[in-house]
Structures are given as structure tokens and as C-alpha cells.
Design a protein around this ligand. Structure first.
Ligand code: SAH
Length: 452
């Protein structure tokens, strides 16, 4: 991505755990959307809930010989290239059996004729029925896991369901107080969407369940984009309180599901290191890192984003928290160009945060993405004063942690600075990573201290 073509229309930041080509995490893009009250009202989808899981089920995917290996390691995807044949005539979203080439059961999975990921696993248990009770168990387990980790202590916002990593491929549910935002990114989750909404309503009793199934990747999955109220009434204003800071969340029009919950712990770390520093926060969205830095005693915070809507909410958030406006400056700017301008003006900072949108949805985009990361990080290093801190992130599924570190090392070298890694960062604990699904670890960050 270059500064030139990174306008609002391609500011997507799909923080997807389920890449390569899907984005169940949503995006960082304020695309043109109909206003809340103009959305076509949707008739509730009444679908029969097929009772599957009985040993006599006929519909099955039979894998090519030797192509069961990743599934045996419990990776939940069946790629089209691994399939020998499909028995029966499943429709997208139907549950079917996945079998090895000898006809041995491997898993129950959701079928999708339109996707390269032809099936996504619901269960490895041959005796488990994929029905409403199954989803109730899975959703309860995901919620209980978060309770067990004490995650609500510091935040009224929480990712309740993290797709594949919670055993529910393609399903994201974010909680903002008493509002749930649901994002459906797979044919299987789409099939069970109404049942899932009923279960969430029963278990969480929210004021509203709002659907944000509008990530571009749904097109690749052969699914229509859809947003709107699924249950209840969307309150006029939605707010999340995180470590005592209040943020307005635009559930209907904001990016992703409205807020980047994944950076919660990293924002807190920023606060602890901000005292007396001049801070530059690039790709600031609604001011998350900026507000923490200000509360942490930053001398000044310059924040930039290409979305005027996000900056508007950011300024509101500042007021909402009674933080000192005189220390904050907001710029509606393309970061790629703005960093060059700052360099040319001879500006410098003690702390720089770079949290760009997703540059590489898949490994195929890695090279181009690497150029984008190198560019902004090189400029970031150049703008840092001796002893300064660079907080740099990548939420690209196609860029591994190792590769990201290499890119940053190259940027430091070219910028002519020596730097040490002082923190390795990831998404917060409400975004767990299933061991058998490393794609879930999409967010990586480094805190670097440049030599003083
Ligand atoms: N750090 C934020 C999340 C950042 S999301 C938080 O904690 O909430 C990435 C942001 O980058 C989005 O707000 C998007 O509008 C913005 N963006 C994308 N491309 C951009 C560009 N070229 N210049 C400036 N901002 C950009």
C-alpha cells in the first residue's frame, strides 16, 4: 500500500484470524453505508434446522489420499484442492461429514460451495449433533472462558466469540456494554445465524444484537453484505469503558464492529510509558492510544487518521473523558504522506505509534505489504528522538511475527538507528488463539527503544 492509493476507499483493516481470504474480524473502513434508519428492514430468516450428526447421514466430503493431515492436527479448514469428491448434494451452509480417502470419519463441517475453503469444521466428535444445542454449548463455553479469565474487570467491551479460535468458524461477537455486535463470515455461521442470535439473546440478555456482516470477504464466501438490528433496539449512543476511559462506539457505521478491542492491553501499556513525552499516534481511529497517552501524562499528542468520521468520534472521546484538549491535536491525513511532511519540517517525537490497517490479507500480499510496513517504520524511526519509543503493529494475517520483526530491523537499518525490542505484543486475551489454528494470531506488535 502506498500513500497515493491508500485513500479512504481502501483503508480496510480486517483483523481476521481466519485468513487467507476471509475476514471474519471486520474491517477498518468507513465505506459508504446507508444510514441506520434507511436500512431495508429484513424479514427474519426462517430456516429449518437440519438434525445432522446421525450416523446415517449421506452427505459427505471425501478427501484425496493423504490430504487429511492438517485436519488430523485439528486445523479446521478443508480446502477445495484436498477434496476427492462430494457425496450427496449439499447446499452452502449445510452440515456434512468430512471423511478420509478410506471413508473414515474425521469431522462434521459446514459446507460452502462458493469458497476456496469448502468446509469449516464444527466438531471432531462423530456422535455430536450440530444443532441449536451444539451452538448453545459452544457459545456458553466461550463466554465462561472469558469470565474465568477475569476479563470483564477492566472493560465493558469484550470479544465474546473469536471465530475459529472459539470453535465457531466465521462467527465474531463483540460486546459493548449491553449491546452485542455479531459478524457472520462463513456459510455455516450464516445458516445458523437466527439460532445463534436466539442463544445470545437468552444467555446475555442484551438490549440489542446488531449485525455487521459487511466485510468484503463475505463476497468471496458467496454471501451478501448485511447490516442491521437482529434483536432488540439499538440505543442512541453506545459506549465502552476500558480501564476507566470512556469511548463512544459507532456500532452501525464505525469500522469493524465499531471499536478495536484487540488493542486494549497495548493501549494500557502506552499509558504507562507516555509521561512527559511528545507522542505521535498514526492511524488513530477514534483516539484509543491517544487518550491513554494523554491520561498517562504525555506532553503532547498528535493523532492522524484518514477517516474524518473516526476523528470526529476521537475528539468527542477526549471531551467525554475530560482530558486536556490543549495537549491534543487531530489531523485528517494520509499517514504515508504526513510522515514525510513531518520529516521535511524537521519534527521529532519521543513516542510514535503505528497501528495501520491490514496490508496483507494473505501471504500472497506479503511482499507488497512489507514495502508498506518498511516505509512507515523507516519514517517513524527517523522521527524519533534518541531514547524514543516506537510502538509498531501489524494485523496482517499474511505477515508472520518473524517476518514483521525482519521488516522492522530493515527499516531501522535504513533509517540509521540502533534499536532494541523491549516488548513483544499481541491481541488481548479475549482474542485467544487456538493452538491448532495459528492464523488466529493475526495481531503482532513490537515496542522498540532507539538508542539514546
Ligand atoms: N489504533 C486504533 C485502530 C487503528 S485501525 C485503535 O486503537 O482504535 C486503522 C486506522 O487506519 C483506521 O482508523 C483507518 O481509517 C486508518 N487508515 C487507513 N489507511 C490510512 C492512511 N493511509 N492514512 C491514515 N489513516 C489510515
Amino acid at each position: 500500500m502506498t500513500g497515493k492509493n491508500s485513500s479512504k476507499s481502501n483503508t480496510n483493516k480486517n483483523r481476521s484470524p481466519s485468513t487467507p481470504h476471509r475476514a471474519s474480524q471486520g474491517n477498518r473502513d468507513f465505506r459508504k453505508r446507508t444510514r441506520r434508519d434507511e436500512r431495508p428492514s429484513e424479514a427474519p430468516q426462517v430456516r429449518s434446522m437440519p438434525v445432522v450428526g446421525d450416523a446415517g447421514a449421506q452427505v459427505a466430503i471425501i478427501l484425496r489420499e493423504g490430504r487429511e493431515k492438517s485436519l488430523l492436527r485439528r486445523h479446521p479448514w478443508v480446502f477445495s484442492g484436498a477434496i476427492e469428491r462430494i457425496d450427496g448434494a449439499p447446499a452452502s451452509g449445510d452440515t456434512l461429514q468430512v471423511m478420509d480417502s478410506t471413508g473414515k470419519f474425521i469431522a462434521w463441517a459446514a459446507y460452502n460451495a462458493a469458497s476456496q475453503i469448502t468446509a469449516r469444521v464444527w466438531s471432531w466428535n462423530p456422535d455430536e449433533a450440530i444443532d441449536a444445542a451444539f451452538f448453545r454449548r459452544k457459545i456458553s463455553t466461550a463466554i465462561a472462558a472469558r469470565t474465568g479469565l477475569n476479563l470483564a474487570k477492566n472493560s465493558s467491551g469484550m470479544r465474546l466469540i473469536h471465530a475459529e479460535s472459539d470453535g465457531l468458524p466465521g462467527l465474531i461477537v463483540d460486546q459493548y456494554g449491553d449491546v452485542l455486535v455479531m459478524q457472520v463470515g462463513s456459510a455455516g455461521a450464516e445458516h445458523w445465524r437466527e439460532a445463534i442470535a436466539d442463544i445470545l439473546q437468552e444467555l446475555c440478555r442484551p438490549a440489542c444484537i446488531y449485525e455487521r456482516s459487511d466485510s468484503d470477504s463475505r463476497t468471496l464466501e458467496g454471501l451478501e453484505l448485511r447490516c442491521g438490528v437482529l434483536r432488540g433496539i439499538l440505543p442512541e449512543a453506545v459506549e465502552v469503558v476500558e480501564h476507566g476511559l470512556r469511548f463512544g462506539v459507532d456500532v452501525a457505521e464505525g469500522q469493524k464492529t465499531g471499536f478495536y478491542l484487540d488493542q486494549r492491553d497495548n493501549r494500557k501499556l502506552t499509558e504507562t510509558l507516555a509521561l512527559d513525552r511528545d507522542v505521535l499516534n498514526c492511524f488513530c481511529y477514534t483516539g484509543g492510544f491517544s487518550l491513554y497517552a494523554l491520561r498517562g501524562g504525555a506532553k503532547s499528542v498528535l493523532s492522524m487518521d484518514a477517516s474524518a468520521e473516526a476523528l470526529h468520534i476521537a475528539a468527542e472521546n477526549l471531551t467525554r473523558n475530560g482530558l486536556d484538549e490543549s495537549r491534543a491535536e487531530w489531523q485528517d491525513a494520509d499517514v504515508f504522506l504526513a510522515l514525510r511532511k513531518l520529516r521535511d519540517q524537521g519534527r521529532s517525537f519521543d513516542m510514535i505509534i503505528l497501528d495501520p490497517p491490514k496490508f496483507a490479507p494473505t501471504a500472497a500480499f506479503a511482499e507488497k505489504a512489507a514495502r508498506g510496513y518498511k516505509d512507515i517504520n523507516l519514517l517513524g524511526f527517523k522521527l524519533l528522538r534518541p531514547g524514543g519509543l516506537l510502538f509498531t503493529y501489524s494485523c496482517s494475517g499474511g505477515i508472520s511475527e518473524e517476518l514483521f520483526q525482519k521488516i522492522i530491523a530493515g527499516a531501522a537499518l535504513d533509517a540509521g538507528v540502533d534499536a532494541q525490542i523491549v516488548h513483544h505484543l499481541h491481541a488481548s486475551a479475549d482474542h485467544p488463539v487456538l493452538l491448532s489454528f495459528p492464523e488466529g494470531a493475526y495481531l503482532k506488535g513490537l515496542v522498540l527503544r532507539v538508542a539514546g
